[in-house]
Design a protein around this ligand. Structure first.
Ligand SMILES: Cc1cc2nc3c(=O)[nH]c(=O)nc-3n(C[C@H](O)[C@H](O)[C@H](O)COP(=O)(O)OP(=O)(O)OC[C@H]3O[C@@H](n4cnc5c(N)ncnc54)[C@H](O)[C@@H]3O)c2cc1C
Length: 557
């Protein structure tokens, strides 16, 4: 019996859990860890892989949400900035400050429009001038003044701005620079949160590719999507954290809801030295012709550009289409008029659906980015309440989890036992602060485990301090770089495959690493990766081929 079968058998044998969470995106996973801290045994199920939804498709900004100020969401921005600052410490291995520059084309633009937006009047998005931007950035600095983790904002007039960013549109009057943050390995942080939760409370279980089919005899019928087995689980509370699929998941529970009005957002990953050189190590945050905010930033040697905001009915079929690709590429013309992105420079495209609240708002950008919980009381045939999670940014997952736990704990007669506020996550635990400490960590680990400092540095950036677990394995000393993807080794891939609930090769290339995101999921690499993962997971040769083909399809390469 493999580890997954053993987990399913343990779930079936137990037959009841105080809390069952549907959806292993960041919000479901955040709650899983939160409840584990309070000693609550939880069952977390995802119909696909963990983080397969919006969680792996975001812009990767860990941010206050400057734009939301215009919608009057001051509370959300304040909460987001607090959470951003916490993640900069608790997940220092993956979350880093991001210098962000806003090109500004007028002094007073938006001075009439923005207050109207703020008052909730139906006006279209449009240009934001220096004064409006100044107000927003001053609010940012004020909120974080007691716990400053990033520098204060500053303005450059046209001349100075063009000296710093010479390829910028010379039509600017000024540029504002401020700091937010971004996350490199968002999907890995999810896996680390699950591992941390299991360490806090081994009575909790998380299973990917498993879901609830229906409620029968007052119990959930849980199906293992890999092995096909089913079992009955009686919950005291169900938390529906299925993101854009919340209403569909509620339907399985016999609950008719219309809580979500998802909008899709697409991004392009671009391999362009010219664009990379033009923006340096920063994000440029700018408006497209239609007033929608777009972003372009350097990410692990590539450039990520996005995004769109388009209503969708069915999250399952959402994909980045040719029109969106054109829209994103064209957005660049307004800020870097001399730079063009050619189709062959696009190495990866991704699209996710924001689980926004159902809304009749005409302009999608005006729909709240906040989060809320909707409770449904027990009903005939469903003897447990259902809490549906609506909205929720990546940045605020911890706060949302805490707020959800505060509503759920009284329902099961449990109480808080601590806080996750200052709790490091995964490889962020004991992560060396600053260049000197990092160099010492690398030197020590390299000497202790007989690996080169250069290799340990790569592993530290990839896994945080969990790198040491890998370095300590005897296989690490015999590792061989993959011929088609030398930045990874055979032993490293086996380590991930065996230890991180990898069921398909696509899990490994899309959500346990940034291989697909950076456009490296090529045919030759996938064949080698399938061989290494297959060795760890006992896949016979035909299965390895199937997995490579599936990963190629899923990564859109
Ligand atoms: C384009 C885009 C850009 C974004 N940019 C940012 C950003 O820069 N910063 C930021 O903070 N936030 C950002 N967000 C928002 C953020 O990514 C999402 O709000 C967040 O990831 C939602 O997480 P979730 O767990 O609620 O939903 P999801 O990540 O969608 O997870 C839901 C999970 O439920 C599973 N599921 C579905 N149905 C069932 C079922 N019946 N049973 C079990 N499981 C089920 C799915 O497989 C999925 O894994 C962005 C979102 C998008 C789409």
């Amino acid at each position: 019996m493999n580890r997954r079968e053993a987990t399913f058998e343990a779930i079936a044998a137990r037959g009841s859990f105080p809390v069952v969470i549907l959806g292993g995106g960041i919000n479901g996973i955040g709650l899983f860890r939160e409840l584990a801290l309070h000693g609550v045994d939880c069952l977390l199920l995802d119909k696909a892989d963990f983080a397969a939804g919006a969680t792996s498709k975001s812009s990767r900004m860990i941010h206050g949400g400057l734009r939301y100020l215009e919608n009057g969401e001051f509370g959300l921005v304040r909460e987001s900035l607090r959470e951003r600052n916490r993640l900069l410490v608790n997940a220092a291995h993956y979350v880093a400050p991001l210098r962000t520059t806003i090109p500004i084309f007028g002094w007073m633009d938006g001075i009439v429009r923005s207050p109207l937006v703020f008052l909730g009047l139906p006006v279209k998005p449009g240009g934001r001038g220096a004064l409006i931007v100044k107000c927003g950035l001053t609010f940012y600095d004020l909120v974080t003044r007691a716990q400053r983790r990033t520098p204060r904002h500053f303005f450059n007039l046209k001349g100075a701005a063009l000296r710093t960013l010479p390829r910028l549109n010379p039509g600017i009057v000024a540029a504002a620079t401020y700091w937010d943050a971004y996350i490199t390995q968002a999907e890995r942080l999810c896996i680390e949160l699950i591992r941390d939760a299991r360490a806090l409370n081994p009575g909790s279980h998380a299973l990917n590719y498993a879901t609830v089919e229906e409620v029968r005899g007052g119990a959930l019928v849980v199906r293992d999507g890999i092995g096909g087995a089913t079992c009955a689980v009686e919950p005291r509370v169900v938390v529906n954290a299925a993101g854009a699929w919340v209403d569909a998941a509620n339907a399985r529970l016999g609950l008719a809801t219309h809580l979500i009005g998802g909008t899709k957002g697409s991004h392009l990953v671009v391999d362009s030295r010219e664009l990379h050189a033009a923006i340096g190590d920063r994000m440029v945050y700018y408006e497209h012709r239609d007033g929608r905010v777009c972003i372009t930033f350097t990410f692990m040697g590539k450039v990520i550009m996005g995004s769109t905001d388009i209503r969708v009915e069915d999250p399952e079929t959402a994909a980045c289409d040719a029109e969106e690709e054109r829209y994103i590429c064209e957005s660049l013309a307004g800020v870097f008029p001399g730079i063009r992105v050619a189709p062959e420079q696009i190495v990866h495209r991704f699209c996710g659906v924001r689980p926004l609240p159902a809304s009749a708002e005409e302009t999608t950008g005006r729909i709240s980015r906040g989060h809320m919980i909707e409770f449904a009381e027990p009903d005939t045939g469903r003897p447990f309440p259902v809490a549906s999670l609506i909205g929720g940014k990546w940045t605020t997952f911890r706060a949302f989890a805490e707020q959800t736990a505060d509503r759920v704990l009284p329902l099961i007669g449990a109480a808080r036992k601590g806080t996750t506020e200052d709790m490091p996550i995964g490889g962020g635990r004991g992560y060396p602060a600053g260049a000197e400490e990092k160099a010492r960590w690398i030197e020590r680990a390299a000497a202790a485990h007989g690996l080169s400092p250069a290799r340990v540095e790569v592993l530290l950036s990839r896994y945080g301090t969990r790198a040491e677990e890998y370095c300590a394995l005897p296989e690490a000393r015999a590792e061989r770089p993959l011929a088609s993807l030398p930045a990874y080794t055979d032993a490293e891939i086996r380590w991930i495959a065996a230890g991180e609930q990898v069921e398909h090769l696509s899990d490994l290339v899309c959500r346990r690493s940034v291989i697909a995101l950076l456009g490296d999921a090529r045919r030759d690499a996938l064949a080698e990766l399938a061989a290494a993962a297959g060795e760890a997971l006992g896949w016979p040769p035909p299965r390895r081929e199937e997995e490579a083909a599936r990963a190629l399809r899923e990564s859109g390469a």
